[in-house]
Write a protein of this length. Structure first.
Ligand code: HEM
Length: 250
């Protein structure tokens, strides 16, 4: 009897629907987080266009088109929602962690023996997911508690003067590896793009995954460098907010 089977009073065996449901919730929450992150990377990278472009996006998320001056609490709400989905996703994923060191050793041996690339990918998912548990929590806590401090200068001050860039660098690598691998595994698991020749499609999906990783890592690093540069140049005016058309105010 496997863990998804239950023995009923009359001795018959009933398959539990719980593992299938958990699998579905894990996939759906992962898909949501991946989509959110792709959007997030593009929004944050508007700083590469101009300080004003990033400012406009920040105000858009504060619903400034509805509320005069914008309402940063909306960003707090988005942040809390993302935290909830992240916790659900991570909690369900935990059941797949190797349960003990002995199991881990067996697993390493297995990986060494057969060099199965999907098993290696699963291991990368676990390590990057584990790292994100800590790294993303710090970031999300700050975003949720200081939503008014998002903008071309406020964000750059945080990245440079508040020394967030080392955390962002690790978080960025973990997120991009986890995200593209996660989407690849989702596509294989649910057979989204199998077509007539799933084996060939798998090779294509692997290429798409690599392109995605390289693209988002490059975009993320350029974005981080842009915030670092602005933060460095703005360090003597730390805390001063960006004012559109004027650039800054004392
Ligand atoms: C799964 C959750 C999240 C992850 C993994 C994450 C990851 C990151 C990373 C890696 C960066 C650095 C950007 C770069 O190097 O290109 C960053 C920056 C940023 N993120 Fe997130 N993020 C998450 C959620 C959020 C949410 C919910 C918001 C706001 C609603 C947000 C707003 C920002 C902003 C404004 C920046 C620019 C720097 C700053 O202001 O600190 N992030 N994020």
């Amino acid at each position: 009897m496997d863990s998804s089977e239950l023995e009923l009073n009359n001795g018959s065996i009933k398959k539990s629907k719980t593992p299938a449901r958990l699998d579905f919730i894990q996939s759906a929450s992962g898909l949501f987080l991946a989509t959110f992150m792709i959007g997030h990377m593009f929004f944050v990278s508007t700083i590469l266009i101009s300080e004003n472009a990033m400012y406009q996006i920040t105000k858009l998320f504060e619903a400034s088109f509805l509320i005069e001056g914008g309402e940063p609490l909306i960003v707090t709400g988005i942040g809390i929602f993302v935290i909830v989905v992240l916790v659900v996703h991570a909690f369900i994923a935990m059941r797949k962690f190797p349960h003990s060191f002995a199991e881990y050793k067996k697993y390493r041996q297995h990986m060494g023996n057969i060099k199965h690339s999907d098993t290696n990918k699963w291991f990368v998912q676990i390590i990057t997911g584990f790292a994100m548990f800590f790294l993303a929590s710090v970031h999300l806590y700050i975003i949720v508690t200081q939503p008014e401090n998002i903008g071309p200068f406020a964000s750059a001050d945080r990245v440079w003067t508040d020394l967030m860039w080392p955390l962002y660098l690790f978080l960025l690598v973990a997120v991009e590896l986890h995200l593209s691998l996660g989407l690849y595994r989702l596509a294989i698991k649910w057979g989204w793009f199998d077509g007539d020749n799933p084996r060939e499609r798998r090779q294509l999906l692997l290429k798409v995954k690599t392109v995605m990783t390289v693209f988002f890592l490059t975009l993320g690093i350029l974005t981080l460098l842009a915030y670092m540069k602005i933060g460095y140049e703005h360090k003597d005016n730390y805390g001063e907010k960006y004012i559109p058309n004027k650039g800054s105010e004392k």
